[in-house]
Design a protein around this ligand. Structure first.
Ligand code: AMP
Ligand code: ZN
Length: 468
């Protein structure tokens, strides 16, 4: 097994990765709430999960990864009120919650497949694990962490010493941050629901020691990680929005039950913004993979776009940014796949290819530095064309999942839109001149393009041609 380093949200440090029982690595990833289509921000988080799992496998580990499907219990607000998201969607679409869950789960897995995201070994549906959740809540009550009110069972955060350790906020902060309690029987406004008692017309409800009801969202992840991975496991992932509430609450539940630390390493993917701000329905900027495809972008170009920014940095989505990524992706794929038919290199070039391959792997093993890895790959692709480049890229596909060794995809509609062939040819000649550091030719060709009404935008990895 190779050495890996990962940043741990809990310690705020990059650490040498030491699994509990090598060669196995146990991971848990918070999965989607299947009441709607996953948007590109959600999918960024699953590309990050995939980067991690592919890296672990590449380093020689055997992954046992769980991803849950939340099909009950996630309420409209992050507090403990508002309608259940599944129930709300079911009512709006005049369908049963099961039909809603089945429909959006299917689309979700199709999106994962299109993005070359490997499906985790275990997919755990919340509604398949209700008995275990009830048992978990009962034990927390027996241990004195859970208490009953008229509308449910709540976790008493003042009983758990470590509350706030992941987000580094103390209980006073949590109290100040909590909204005015709707349930006045709660001991503290920041106490959270483990189990909710169902109103009569609630569509999803199960028998429990506290009458008919349904689980809280946080208990789902604590229960299913325990059931499938045991009382200690290696890595927990999710998006950064989950740090202050969902994951803090998971820690409180799991550690109170076990009496010790449960998750060794917490890893969080940063958010995707759209046009510099939050995605929201009212702004009309919540995009799905199908939306991108409809605009002529391939799912793998989107994967490349995600991988070009480190998972711990915010990624601002714009169509201009995606266009540049798509152009770079297609160019890289053309260059590499063309090497399949190329001759074998001399030993000096072959060594350079080997070095670049090693550099790609080293970057990835260092806290998933895929942007650096892609840079190293570009350096490899710019070496004199030879079969070794193709072979290296094919071997690296296990870790990259970008299919760079395959023949290029159909040019994207947006890519070539209305740009005449002679203009494209000049742009290519200029790009080649730039690669050869022939600045005079490059400048002259830029002027020519300018006169023809086109602007060239250079980036680290390629260029984009735009009509003025
Ligand atoms: P949800 O279905 O709302 O539970 O979200 C599924 C996953 O997507 C979670 O891990 C969230 O942290 C993540 N997520 C939600 N919004 C974004 C975003 N804008 N950028 C990145 N990840 C997100
Ligand atoms: Zn979760």
């Amino acid at each position: 097994m190779k050495k890996l380093q990962f940043y741990n949200t809990l310690t705020r440090k990059k650490e040498q990765f030491e699994p509990i029982a090598p060669p196995y690595v146990t991971t848990y990833s918070c999965g989607p709430t299947v009441y709607n289509y996953a948007h590109i921000g959600n999918l960024r988080t699953y590309v990050f999960m995939d980067e991690l799992r592919r890296t672990l496998k590449h380093a020689g580990y055997i992954t046992k990864s769980v991803m849950n499907i939340t099909d009950v219990g996630h309420l409209m607000s992050d507090g403990d009120d508002g309608e259940d998201k599944m129930q709300s969607a079911a009512k709006k679409q005049n369908k049963s919650p099961e039909e809603i869950a089945a429909f959006y789960s299917e689309v979700f897995f199709k999106d994962l497949a299109r993005l070359n995201i490997l499906t985790p070994e275990i997919i755990a549906k919340a509604t398949d694990n209700i008995d275990e959740m009830i048992e978990f809540v009962q034990k927390l009550c027996e241990l004195g962490y859970g208490y009953e009110t008229d509308d449910g069972i709540y976790f008493d955060i003042s009983k758990f010493d470590g509350y706030g350790k992941l987000s580094r906020c103390n209980i006073e902060d949590a109290l100040a941050g909590a909204r005015v309690a709707i349930n006045t029987q709660k001991r503290h406004p920041a106490d959270f629901a483990l189990w909710k008692k169902a109103e009569k017309n609630h569509i999803m409800q199960w028998a429990s020691p506290w009458g008919m009801g349904y689980p809280g969202w946080h208990i789902e992840c604590s229960t299913m990680s325990k059931k499938f991975l045991g009382e200690r496991f290696d890595i927990h992932t999710g998006g950064v929005d989950h740090i202050p509430i969902h994951h803090e609450n998971e820690i409180a539940q799991s550690e109170s039950l076990e009496g010790h630390q449960v998750v060794n390493l917490w890893m969080h993917g940063e958010f995707m913004l759209v046009d510099g701000g939050k995605m929201s329905k009212s702004l009309g900027n919540v995009y799905t993979i199908d939306d991108l495809i409809a605009k002529g972008y391939s799912p793998l170009a989107f994967r490349y776009f995600c991988m070009n920014t480190h998972y711990r940095n915010k990624l601002n989505f714009t169509f201009d940014g995606l266009s540049s990524a798509a152009t770079a992706y297609n160019r890289l794929r053309s260059a590499i796949s063309a090497c399949k038919a190329a001759k074998s290199a001399d030993s000096e070039t072959a060594q350079k290819v080997e070095n670049q391959k090693a550099a790609v792997i080293a970057a990835v093993y260092d806290d998933l530095n895929f942007p650096l890895a892609l840079g190293e790959l570009w350096t490899m692709a710019k070496l004199p064309a030879c079969r070794q480049i193709y072979d290296a890229a094919e071997q690296l596909n296990d870790i990259l999942g970008l299919d760079l060794h395959l023949a290029p995809e159909q040019p994207n509609a947006h890519d070539d839109q209305a740009i005449p062939d002679d203009v494209k040819k000049i742009a290519e000649e200029r790009f080649a001149a730039r690669q050869n550091k022939d600045w005079a030719t490059s400048d002259a060709l830029r002027t020519k393009l300018d006169e023809l009404g086109y602007t060239v935008l250079d980036s680290k990895t390629g260029y984009e041609l735009k009509k003025k």
